[in-house]
Design a protein around this ligand. Structure first.
Ligand SMILES: Cc1cc2nc3c(=O)[nH]c(=O)nc-3n(C[C@H](O)[C@H](O)[C@H](O)COP(=O)(O)OP(=O)(O)OC[C@H]3O[C@@H](n4cnc5c(N)ncnc54)[C@H](O)[C@@H]3O)c2cc1C
Length: 288
């Protein structure tokens, strides 16, 4: 199918883009990598009056370290992130997650801002944003605001970004030195969206766990932070019994939906299995 008719704007600055968006009273869409939006248009699941293409705004593509955070311009391609030395060193969990995002041509066009603004519950970047307690910067006619991961995702494919706002930056705190990490995922084929994915980070102090982070992809309408499972590890350490207990708790913390890919029970079961796998691997990384 071909997309329905739309007007097309290719601004060269964020100000021009906001100007163009503002003219359509919520009936325009931002175009980033187009890897999710173009299929939606072609299937006529979205019919915006206009597209505001961000691809000519060079100032929206960067990776910078600032104040303990790694900051990504929204138009930074997933492929750039995959090969960034800064990401490899400071955010190895994000690097690992990137390899699970679609296929090479998709990562070559797809952007970090698009992936997060699209808010597919099975996508990897939103899970990493939740696990690492990142935040995003949004700009609109009324100015700029910072939105924490926990407040951003509302439900399926829905964030609290207003239709006339542009997500301009994604901020992730650099992972502590020596942190262990893993992204475990089950999908029917490599490159498919996750049936379940688990992003994990642990910071150890001998057998003790100073900090644990766990978040899901695919286990509900938004990424789920598995805080009660993290607390078990922070209280009881990183031994086998604590890992088993955290994995069991994880299955109780999610309320997944059934769809054509998997039943809710199967997704809940996978949440436990993959939490355990992610923790075992993350702890192994932390032990060097
Ligand atoms: C075959 C296939 C397999 C895929 N597999 C995976 C996968 O396994 N994991 C995964 O995570 N993704 C997967 N994707 C999706 C891919 O990662 C997309 O790149 C991503 O979802 C959207 O990023 P984009 O830059 O292409 O955004 P676009 O498609 O351009 O936009 C997506 C949505 O976000 C909005 N948007 C984009 N940028 C901004 C912004 N800066 N501010 C405000 N709103 C914005 C758009 O208006 C649109 O509604 C797959 C895609 C395909 C086609």
């Amino acid at each position: 199918m071909k997309p329905p008719k739309f007007e097309y704007h290719a601004p060269k600055s964020v100000e021009e883009a906001l100007d163009a968006l503002g003219r359509y009273g919520g009936d325009a869409k931002v175009l980033a990598g187009g890897q999710s939006l173009m299929p939606l248009l072609n299937f006529r699941l979205a019919r915006p009056a206009a597209l505001v293409d961000l691809n000519r705004i060079a100032s929206l593509a960067y990776i910078r370290e600032h104040d303990g955070q790694i900051r990504f311009g929204a138009m930074t391609r997933q492929r750039t992130i995959e090969f960034s030395p800064v990401v490899a060193q400071r955010l190895p969990l994000l690097k690992e997650a990137t390899r699970w995002v679609g296929h090479l041509p998709i990562r070559t066009r797809g952007t970090i801002g698009g992936s997060i603004a699209h808010a597919d519950p099975s996508a990897e970047y939103p899970a990493v944003l939740a696990a690492l307690e990142g935040e995003v910067v949004a700009r609109g006619a009324k100015g700029e605001r910072v939105i924490r991961a926990g407040d951003l995702f509302q439900t399926y494919l829905t964030t609290n970004l207003a239709p006339d706002e542009i997500l301009t930056e994604v901020r992730l705190p650099a992972m502590p030195a020596g942190a262990g990490y893993a992204l475990e995922e089950f999908a029917r084929r490599h490159g498919d969206f996750a049936i379940i994915g688990i992003a994990a980070m642990v910071v150890r102090d001998g057998q003790r766990c100073k900090l644990a982070r766990l978040a899901t992809a695919g286990a509900g309408p938004v990424p789920v932070r598995l805080r009660a499972a993290e607390e078990i590890l922070e209280r009881d350490g990183l031994g086998d019994a604590a890992i088993e207990a955290a994995a069991r708790r994880a299955t109780e913390l999610v309320d997944p939906d059934a769809d054509i890919h998997a039943s809710a029970d199967y997704r809940r079961h996978l949440t436990g299995v993959l939490t355990k796998r992610a923790l075992v691997r993350a702890i192994g990384v932390a032990r060097g």
